[in-house]
Design a protein around this ligand. Structure first.
Ligand code: NDP
Ligand code: GDR
Length: 375
């Protein structure tokens, strides 16, 4: 049985990858951070009692900022494959915590590579690095391929640039089987609530059920190539099953703006939006409301309501305006094809968030406090 070690197992990709690898017959080990409350909700459905023999999922406490912990874990686990997904992954937050972001995302990657080398696993263990389309930043070429020059635009992207090159360097210097997956944005119902797609589907569902009045956003004109996380983790595994290690762009080749994402998500709730104003005065106003078929209606919204406003607090000091990937290499060499369309992904996210909002509406009706936290 192959052993995989996943850093960042409690995140969106970690959860989908764990499910995928268990399905492939792997024994999966994951590194989770110590937190003051449980932080494993995305993988709770895969959890197995710690006292069971022959468990397929094992969690270990650790942190990318702690070398001795990483060395001890790889020594103890002896993984065949390491998937390095752990990161401070929020671009806007990286402007507020640049040093921590560099420590975790850049030096953390180095620490894991060194841990493998120190315990002598670098010759046999295969290594996947979660690289990112944010490396292209201020884009130099359309669409972006494996050979497009990088121009990072945030402390996050600069940290990931270091991680990208240290992976290439360990491959060239020590012959490690180490790959960068240059992944474009990928989303799902498990996406963190502060990334723009999930923020939109969650807020609109709550607005539709009367739990919230308005969704505040930053740059509505930013364009991204959005795919589904479930499709993208399969590629992470495929990259480690090749004869020789290479870097791959993973994307859909289709682009939408934040504004379009809002419109499509609203349409799934039976809400037609019209845009009025410009810049920071721009508003998304309800034009028409049709009954929402699956979840009981967008009852708390009426034509004329302002449900989207722009708040400059969400503008970034330096923005990545547009990203569009060319996944031709992954398609031809890995035989990889995304299966879930953009439209189906938005629909799935809206349906999931309507269910959560429905639960919260019920809790509130019964006198319980529900989370109103928003970012
Ligand atoms: P998430 O933010 O959902 O998950 C990040 C994971 O990293 C969480 O498990 C988090 O733990 C963990 N983590 C954060 N800091 C540390 C640390 N210091 N030590 C150990 N673990 C830590 O990200 P995604 O799942 O969306 O992304 C996975 C990886 O892929 C990330 O590296 C991201 O930068 C990269 N990426 C993501 C893309 C996307 O569109 N999703 C696109 C391209 C790259 P906790 O749960 O405790 O917070
Ligand atoms: P991104 O994702 O920065 O591309 O990084 P995010 O969803 O945060 O932003 C996408 C675009 O939407 C604009 N935007 C807003 N973003 C957020 N979070 N909140 C808002 O209110 C808002 N309004 C507009 C942003 O300015 C941006 O242009 C994600 C992360 O998963 C990274 O870890 C990963 O490397 C890249 O995708 C590829």
């Amino acid at each position: 049985m192959k052993k995989a070690l996943i850093t960042g197992i409690t995140g969106q990709d970690g959860a989908y990858l764990t499910e995928f690898l268990i399905g492939k017959g792997y024994e999966v080990h994951g590194i989770k951070r110590r937190a003051s409350s449980f932080n494993t909700h995305r993988i709770d459905h895969l959890y197995q009692d710690q006292h069971l023999k022959n468990r397929r999922l094992m969690l270990h406490y650790g942190d990318m900022t702690d070398s001795s912990n990483l060395i001890k874990l790889v020594q103890q686990i002896q993984p065949d494959e390491v998937y390095n997904l752990a990161a401070q992954s929020h671009v806007a937050v990286s402007f507020e915590a640049p040093e921590y972001t560099a420590d975790t995302d850049a030096v953390g990657t180095l620490r894991m590579l060194e841990a493998l080398k120190i315990v002598g696993l670098h010759e046999n263990c295969r290594f996947y690095q979660a690289s990112t389309s944010e490396l292209y930043g201020k884009v130099q070429q359309f669409p972006q391929t494996e050979s497009t020059p990088f121009y990072p635009r945030s402390p996050y992207a600069v940290a990931k640039l270091y991680a990208y090159w240290i992976v290439v360097n360990y491959r060239e210097a020590y012959g490690m089987y180490a790959c960068n997956g240059i992944l474009f944005n990928h989303e799902s119902p498990l996406r963190g609530e502060t990334f723009v797609t999930r923020k939109i589907t969650r807020a609109l569902a709550r607005i539709a059920l009367g739990l919230k009045k308005c969704l505040y956003l930053g740059n509505l004109d930013a364009k991204r190539d959005w795919g589904h996380a479930k499709d993208y983790v399969e590629m992470q595994w495929l990259m480690l099953q090749q004869e020789k290690p290479e870097d791959f762009v993973i994307a859909t080749g289709v682009q939408h703006s934040v504004r379009q994402f809002v419109e499509i998500a609203a349409a799934h709730l039976g809400i037609t939006l019209a845009w009025k104003g410009a810049g920071v005065d721009e508003q998304g106003i309800v034009e028409a409301v049709a009954p929402y078929k699956a979840g009981g209606g967008a009852a708390d919204v009426t034509p004329g309501d302002v449900v989207v406003r722009v708040d400059p607090m969400y503008f970034r000091p330096a923005e990545v305006e547009t990203l569009l990937g060319d996944p031709a290499k992954a398609k031809s060499k890995l035989g990889w094809q995304p299966r879930i369309s953009f439209e189906d992904m938005v629909k799935e996210m809206v349906a999931h968030d309507m269910k959560e909002a429905g639960r919260d509406a019920l809790c509130r009706k019964e006198g319980f406090t529900v989370c109103n936290y928003d970012e």
